[in-house]
Write a protein that binds this ligand. Structure first.
Ligand code: ZN
Ligand code: ZN
Length: 370
């Protein structure tokens, strides 16, 4: 069975649970996941029963590519206005219940969908029903093909970081470091970056989502580098915090707390645990050290075709961790006038626990006993 056929089966199971007869997939990542189609425009219609075949509607630019990349799908030509092809896409469904992706369809798109649908003859007019993240739930558990691509994305990220660490000098700007990382990743096969790299020196690093500035990096400043390559659509995510030259007295103290929090979570996280409790593993270490208020974000998140996917590991999460999820573990401490320390690995959660894909070593600040 092809990867795409297995994915379709997993989606179909959830369609039955959601009490819909078919799902209209408009989210581009979900479309790629379910069909293999990598073009930039298209909708899928996935019936709940395997007996009728799924359909992929796209425009003339992609008809050939769609037939090649998505052999399980009937291809519908999005020719002319929506009223000209909507009936053909929706036809196999008759008067059934058609789920749409409520977190993807805009209010304007929903209005258009409703209006065009209303023009179909009653016997061929599906009922439109809201669904909530059906494909995203399936995507949270990675299959073997995805795990292989995610590992490659991480390996390339490790290499790009090593390259940056070898090259970077005091006097470089944050932007130059970011560009050096991107150039390396792209010239070694990355599709692009999974997100704009964060390179944040000194107090700027106290902002967890700081954008790289045209500012000189000085010796002794902590530098938060959060980066990831994208490989065949799949994202990597890693953070390291380094110092050029001599560090101050604060750095090893803060670094060791964050590292202890990271390692505690990496060793103790396990499937079946709530994502909220997983967050607490690291949060407790940081809180006990007196910096609970300086760890203002969640412990981590799922990663896949998107940089932030299900599950979310944080104090407000309602997700439960399951074997097969790929997650990040990224505690941090941020001191406004000084800077930040964050340490982030990404890896697979299976029945035995967390297995990091990230190969980049972490600094060890604790002095070895004499
Ligand atoms: Zn990150
Ligand atoms: Zn992350």
């Amino acid at each position: 069975m092809t990867a795409s056929a297995t994915r379709l089966d997993r989606i179909r199971e959830r369609l039955e649970q959601a009490n819909v007869d078919a799902l209209l997939v408009t989210n581009p990542h979900n479309r790629r996941y379910a069909s293999g189609f990598t073009g930039s425009n298209g909708w899928l219609l996935i019936p709940a029963t395997g007996s009728s075949s799924p359909a992929l509607a796209t425009d003339f630019r992609y008809l050939e590519q769609a037939a090649q990349e998505s052999p399980e799908f009937e291809i519908v030509n999005m020719k002319g206005g929506m009223e000209e092809w909507w009936g053909e896409l929706a036809k196999p469904l008759g008067r059934g219940r058609l789920g749409f992706e409520s977190n993807d369809v805009t209010v304007a798109a929903h209005k258009q969908l409703r209006d065009v649908n209303a023009k179909l003859p009653a016997s061929q007019r599906p009922a439109l029903v809201q669904t909530d993240q059906i494909v995203e739930q399936v995507r949270a558990l990675k299959d073997d093909a995805e795990l292989a691509l995610l590992r490659q994305a991480v390996a390339l990220t490790d290499d790009a970081f090593a390259h940056a660490q070898r090259t970077i000098q005091p006097g470089w700007t944050e932007q130059r470091v970011s560009w050096e990382i991107e150039q390396y990743a792209r010239s070694n096969g990355a599709d692009g970056m999974a997100f704009e790299s964060i390179v944040a020196a000194g107090p700027w690093g106290a902002r967890p989502h700081a954008r790289p500035r045209d500012e000189i990096i000085e010796e002794g400043q902590p530098i938060v580098i959060d980066m990831g390559a994208r490989w065949h659509g799949y994202c990597a995510d890693m953070t390291r915090t380094i110092v050029l030259g001599e560090h101050d007295e604060t750095f090893p103290r803060i670094y060791d707390i964050v590292l202890a929090a990271h390692e505690t979570a990496a060793q103790m996280v396990e499937p079946g645990m709530s994502a909220k409790d997983a967050d607490q593993l690291a949060r407790q270490v940081i809180t006990d050290a007196g910096y609970g208020d300086q760890f203002g974000h969640g412990l981590g998140h799922g990663v896949g075709l998107q940089i932030h996917e299900k599950p979310y590991l944080g104090t407000t999460s309602r997700d439960t961790l399951e074997p097969g999820m790929v997650i990040t573990i990224e505690p941090g401490i941020y001191l406004p006038d000084w800077g930040g320390v964050r340490i982030e690995d990404m890896g697979l959660l299976d029945d035995d626990g967390f297995h990091s894909f990230t190969g980049t070593p972490k600094l060890r600040m604790i002095a070895e006993p004499a």
